[in-house]
Design a protein around this ligand. Structure first.
Ligand code: HEC
Length: 118
């Protein structure tokens, strides 16, 4: 008997707590949008980063806005011409806003890091 009523009480508490969260979010959102930030790490995030190396910062800046680096890392090793075509496709066909200088760095980086072994 006692454990049952304890469970019922805990359930009631959980409902109250949920309601409280909902209320506080609703109260805070309009006034403080963008003021507080939070950082979360989703499962698998770390394995979807670009490999370190010259140009990886440009790749992380411009090639993670629409999809993860898995789109790159799951390709077979591609040579420069293929990576160049891929970056051009992202810019021309999909509208990726990447400055010329960064695009050139990214092609160098992808060829070195995700190309055929020398
Ligand atoms: C503006 C959004 C956007 C940006 C920025 C972007 N991509 Fe993509 N990417 C796409 C879309 C859309 C696809 C196709 C997705 C699909 O077919 O499911 C794609 C697919 C890919 C693929 C899979 C092969 C293919 O051609 O479909 C690779 C590799 C790739 N992107 C690499 C990159 C690289 C490298 C960068 C940075 C230079 C980049 N992407 C930046 C939108 C983007």
């Amino acid at each position: 008997m006692r454990p049952l009523s304890f469970a019922a009480a805990a359930g009631a508490c959980a409902i109250v707590a949920l309601a409280a969260v909902t209320v506080s979010r609703a109260a805070v959102a309009p006034a403080a949008a963008g003021v507080s930030t939070a950082s979360i790490t989703l499962p698998g995030d770390l394995s979807f980063q670009y490999k370190p190396g010259p140009g990886s910062v440009a790749a992380s800046t411009y090639c993670l806005t629409c999809h993860s680096s898995a789109y790159v890392s799951t390709q077979p090793p591609l040579d420069r011409a293929h990576w160049d075509a891929e970056v051009t496709k992202m810019r021309k066909a999909y509208g990726a806003a990447i400055p010329d200088v960064a695009a050139a760095q990214i092609v160098d980086y992808l060829t070195a890091s995700y190309g055929p072994s020398p």
